[in-house]
Design a protein around this ligand. Structure first.
Ligand SMILES: Cc1ncc(C[n+]2csc(CCOP(=O)(O)OP(=O)(O)O)c2C)c(N)n1
Ligand SMILES: CC(=O)[C@@H](O)[C@H](O)COP(=O)(O)O
Ligand SMILES: [Mg+2]
Length: 658
């Protein structure tokens, strides 16, 4: 058995091990990183295409810089696997996104080389300005170098331009590497994307301008734009060389590009210049999302979108795993549909019912299910890019003119648009529907992506209605209800993944606002679930029933307004009222019940309240079942706590703290 040739990569245990390698060796390391990612992620699953696009970039950066003294920031961090491999985590890559394994994105506690925490897009440049200015304030001389790597998709996030604006004004010595592959998760959108594409896809603008760039980079800030204001003749002729940099130059940034992002030598030449410039410099590189993996690289836009993430066991011998058609599907009931698909299909029905209905995504076309609307009714579909704040302002403008916009934005990403929700939708009492997919613990993406807070951050807003379905049938009904409702904003939350597996209504019902329903009669204890909390409540009720304790289970359906009558009735007829929600407790659904009982001055409400929800901490990454077990969001644990609360622990292990 011939032993495989030793990889150069096996000698890279810290980034400084790259220093001194020849360019050929650096190219080899980059390819070995690529192969390691294909082999590993093809087996365990995870973010994929973007990582194949940054192999050469990560090698070039770490070969020139002295991390962590020098700071390399990875925007979002879904493309940081090469960075992790080169900074001592090569052998741990198979644990990435696994429970207690490497974090899905950059994580400060995980490594001194992970300078910033991330997961949400467009933040790296702002961090970079802060870091660079801090080194100045701290009197660091010579200060460390600061590089922010940001994708063309993430550049559509407005906060990135707030940072570009600040650094250009301060003339902060930092480098932005614009990693331009023409893709977000789906193809990038908007004018900025068109601008980048014109440059990236124009071979005349590749390299040909390196010496010009050299001149520009040497020039003091702004001179570029002053030259640009010379006679139109000169400007026109310069524009052929120069156009790409105009936007940046006028904002005080030197522009270097377009550089081949898979050519280590070209990258190092450009990066070295930029790092030595002691001013804001953007290095515009062209990469391929999925470079080195043919189904992505040669698969066109569809291929690159498909391989943004790879499923577990989806790649064998560096090629897509062939699933043999011969194997008959295991008999038995079909798996329940994804909530996302149920939402997307119902939205199309609602849009056909009411021409005012439209859908808005912030660069999450398939993740939100709006790809279904885009296919069926393209003129009712809008993708604003990674720009959640603008998505909500756009929705507000539409609503002012009587349109019924549905902003389909993950719970966690909607956090970015909080003031637009308050100031531009709720205060104005506009008919905007917030369809919050990924509510609750999402799993592998971990704390940056868990939808753990939306009940709390929305329930405090006057004019807001909040609802959550216990299953896919109620999702259909509540989406319909939200679009028939015309007295202000309506927030709808539902979890990532499979629904419950109940039949969908042929005709959606309009659910009376603020009404819940009792699902199961019992005594002593009432469980009042919200959204995914109802299924957990039913699980707990089954466990208690096996032990001879028949409890009541009700579905609140609304967190705002609360069904005060139902809550009062449950509180009067039971000794313990248990609220169950997949949200932090602070300000959550249980708080709303507590407040309703207190504010309503409900007489006779003798029940004690036990609130079950997510803990007051950031929950790690891992499969949802493991996370639910860790935080006690399971039928078993809820049943234990109820038994302990009513003093009947005969058939339960002692209750352990969460
Ligand atoms: C605020 C926010 N919205 C949406 C996302 C989801 N998301 C993750 S990566 C990505 C696309 C990023 O595109 P780009 O920056 O070009 O990186 P690429 O994947 O092309 O390398 C999106 C939309 C996010 N992480 N953060
Ligand atoms: C990096 C990022 O933010 C997205 O790729 C996210 O991981 C998608 O999440 P879903 O897989 O839940 O759509
Ligand atoms: Mg991109």
């Amino acid at each position: 058995m011939t032993t495989p040739p030793e990889r150069l990569l096996d000698r890279i245990d810290r980034p400084q091990d790259l220093h001194g390698l020849t360019e050929a060796e650096l190219e080899q390391v980059a390819q070995e990183v690529r192969e390691h990612i294909i082999d590993t992620v093809g087996e365990i699953g995870g973010h994929f295409g973007a990582n194949l696009g940054t192999c050469e970039l990560a090698v070039a950066l770490h070969s020139l810089m002295d991390s962590p003294r020098d700071k390399i920031l990875w925007d979002v961090g879904h493309q940081a696997y090469p960075h992790k491999i080169l900074t001592g985590r090569r052998d741990q890559l198979p644990t990435i996104r696994q429970y207690e394994g490497l974090a899905p994105f950059c994580s400060i506690p995980e490594s001194e080389h992970d300078i910033m925490g991330a997961g949400h897009a467009s933040t790296s440049i702002g961090y970079g300005v802060g870091l660079a200015e801090a080194m100045k304030l701290n009197g660091d001389h010579p200060a460390g170098k600061v590089v922010a790597v940001i994708g063309d998709g993430s550049m559509t996030g407005g906060v990135a331009f707030e940072s570009i604006h600040q650094a250009g004004g301060l003339q902060t010595p930092m480098v932005v590497v614009l990693n331009d592959n023409g893709m977000s998760i789906s193809p990038n959108v908007g004018a900025l994307s068109g601008y980048f594409n014109r440059i990236r896809l124009n071979p005349k603008l590749w390299h040909a301008r390196e010496d010009v760039e050299h001149a520009l980079t040497e020039l003091p800030a702004g001179i570029g734009s002053r030259i640009g204001r010379l006679g139109p003749q000169l400007k026109e002729s310069l524009k052929a060389f120069w156009a790409p940099g105009l936007l940046w130059e006028d904002l005080g940034w030197a522009y270097v590009g377009v550089i081949d992002g898979h050519d280590v030598r070209a990258l190092r030449i450009a990066l070295r210049k930029a790092l030595d410039a002691q001013r804001p410099v953007v290095v515009h590189i062209a990469t391929v999302k999925g470079k080195g993996f043919a189904p992505a690289e040669d698969g066109g836009l569809e291929g690159m979108e498909q391989w943004h993430a790879a499923k577990p066991k989806s790649i064998t011998n560096r090629a897509p795993t062939i699933v043999s058609k011969a194997k008959p599907k295991a008999p038995g009931p079909a798996a329940p549909p994804q909530y996302t698909k149920v939402f997307g299909e119902q939205l199309v029905r609602e849009a056909k019912r009411d021409p005012r209905v439209i859908g808005i995504t912030a660069a999450m076309n398939s993740g939100t299910g709006l790809n279904i609307l885009q296919k069926e009714l393209p003129d009712r579909y809008f993708d604003v890019g990674i720009a959640e704040q603008n998505a909500i302002l756009f929705a507000a403008g539409l609503a002012l003119e009587g349109i019924k916009p549905v902003a389909a934005i993950y719970s966690t990403f909607l956090q970015r648009a909080f003031d637009q929700i308050v100031h531009d939708v709720c205060l104005q009492k506009l008919n905007v529907v917030f369809a919050m997919d990924r509510a609750g613990l999402v799993g592998d993406d971990g704390p940056t992506h868990h939808g753990a807070f939306d009940i709390s951050y929305l329930r405090c807003l006057p004019n807001m209605v909040l609802a959550a379905p216990r299953d896919e049938a109620l999702l259909v009904d509540l989406l319909h209800t939200s679009l028939v409702y015309d007295d202000g904003p309506f927030g709808l939350r539902y979890p990532r993944g499979e629904a419950v597996g109940v039949p969908l209504p042929a005709t959606p019902r309009e659910i009376p606002i603020g009404t819940g329903e009792v699902l199961r009669e019992g005594n002593r204890v009432a469980l009042l679930g919200y959204g995914s909390g109802v299924a957990k409540s039913l699980e707990a009720a089954d466990i208690l029933a096996e032990r001879g304790m028949e409890v009541t289970v009700a579905d609140a359906r609304f967190a705002k307004p609360i069904d005060v009558g139902l809550v009062a009735q449950l509180a009067a007829e039971h000794e313990l009222l248990v609220t169950v929600e997949e949200n932090v407790l602070a300000g959550g659904f249980g708080s709303a019940v507590w407040e309703a009982l207190n504010d309503a001055g409900v007489s006779g409400a003798t029940a004690r309240i036990l609130r079950v929800g997510l803990p007051d901490r950031y929950v790690t990454h891992g499969k949802p079942a493991l996370l639910h077990a860790e935080v006690g969001f399971t039928g078993e644990r809820i049943a234990e706590r109820i038994a302990a609360a009513v003093g009947d622990t005969s058939s339960f292990e002692p209750v352990t703290a969460e």
